[in-house]
Design a protein around this ligand. Structure first.
Ligand SMILES: Cc1ncc(COP(=O)(O)O)c(C=O)c1O
Length: 363
């Protein structure tokens, strides 16, 4: 679709990359479950050679997600962790990475237990204070990696401030935008160099597929990551690409409802006498409430709260009726329960075992 930046977000989500199929007129993108493509002669083809390299369903999803994040190109991978791993492979032995000190646990596991053995160095700092990042810069720092808000403590980093530091120090800023989705936060417009997502979460939104994406702001990043899809092969299957294309069509509507429900649930929890603390950027007592209003256009549905003890957390979980306890978040099954008018959203509680004694994240 031409001039996609000039049309609204919801329209882009439904139409960019999702044009009717020219062959049949089908209004949904076809799933191309093919490993290979016939060639007219050696090396003569219609742009597709082998599905590890490229696949038409994947191309459409990559066009769509690039348009939603305002990026130059997107590359999709088999999971969020595969996408983060792909970004890490752009580094070289001896490079240093500054990371947030509150990240989804799989990320430090990948960095410390896999990549550190290949000569990469990682420092974990509180990136919510831009000065900490500046002071942690070394000559060999090549990347700053943050989640904002973080999983699970819902801390924010000032993307614009970090981007300015990174530009000065010739370092790339990577933002995991999973918790906000491009609907509420646009890190590339704020100066980030690349955005990653676990598409497993809001972008797919239906708890029926894993996936990850890297959205690039520069042609060389897109080229390197396309090469990596071909070389390492951790690509998203055509069927799962189609599931995400299906999911993003309702992203705008879902995010609006998530946000409405998130605010109500956060206020309910904040007033509850058994809840010790609520971490939600939409509550005025969140330490970065002002920053949240500046760099996000909504507060979303991720809420962390403290029950005071592991025992209390376990007791509470036993009493929750509609939501399911499980590892993941933000599927559509976190839906309104008509019987609980004071809690318009059922909760899908995600458990981070190591922190469960203090905090529970839920939507
Ligand atoms: C913020 C964040 N980033 C990345 C990931 C990893 O994504 P995936 O589970 O799709 O590999 C997760 C998983 O929960 C996450 O919460």
């Amino acid at each position: 679709m031409k001039n996609s930046r000039q049309i609204g977000f919801a329209t882009r989500a439904i139409h960019v990359g999702q044009e009717p199929d020219p062959l049949t007129g089908a209004v949904t993108v076809p799933i191309y479950p093919t490993s290979t493509y016939v060639q007219q002669g050696i090396g003569e083809h219609k742009g597709y050679e082998y599905s590890r390299v490229s696949n038409p369903t994947r191309t459409r999803l990559e066009e769509n997600l690039a348009a939603l994040e305002g990026g130059l190109a997107a590359r999709v991978f088999a999971s969020g962790m595969a996408a983060i791993n792909a970004v890490t492979t752009l580094l070289k032995s001896g490079d240093h990475v500054i990371c947030g000190n509150d990240l989804y646990g799989g990320v430090p596991r990948l960095f410390d237990q896999v990549w550190a053995d290949f000569g990469l160095e990682f420092s974990y700092v509180d990136t919510s204070e831009a000065g900490h990042v500046e002071r942690s810069m070394r000559k060999n720092t090549r990347m700053v990696y943050v989640e904002t808000p973080t999983n699970p403590l819902m801390r924010l980093s000032d993307i614009r401030a970090l981007a300015a530091i990174c530009r000065r120090r010739k370092t790339e800023l990577i933002v995991d935008n999973t918790f906000m989705s491009p609907y509420f936060q646009q890190p590339l417009a704020l100066g980030a160099d690349m955005v990653v997502h676990s598409t497993t979460k809001f972008l797919n939104g239906h708890s029926d597929g894993l996936g990850g994406v890297v959205v690039c702001s520069k042609p060389e990043q897109a080229e390197q990551l396309a090469f990596l899809q071909k070389a390492a092969g951790a690509i998203l299957s055509p069927f799962e690409c189609w599931l995400v294309l299906r999911g993003v069509k309702t992203l705008a509507a879902r995010m609006e409802q998530h946000d409405r429900s998130g605010r109500i649930v956060a206020r309910f929890l904040a007033e509850h006498k058994k809840v010790k603390k609520v971490l939600y950027p939409g509550l005025p007592d969140h330490p970065q409430y002002e920053l949240a209003k500046q760099q996000m256009s909504g507060f979303g549905a991720m809420i962390t709260f403290e029950t005071g003890s592991l025992n209390n957390a376990k007791k509470m979980l036993k009493k929750v009726h509609v939501c399911s306890l499980g590892d993941s978040l933000v599927g559509v099954e976190a839906r309104r329960d008509a019987r609980q008018s004071e809690l318009p959203m059922a909760w899908c509680v995600s458990q981070w075992a190591s922190r469960m004694s203090r905090t529970l994240s839920m939507i």
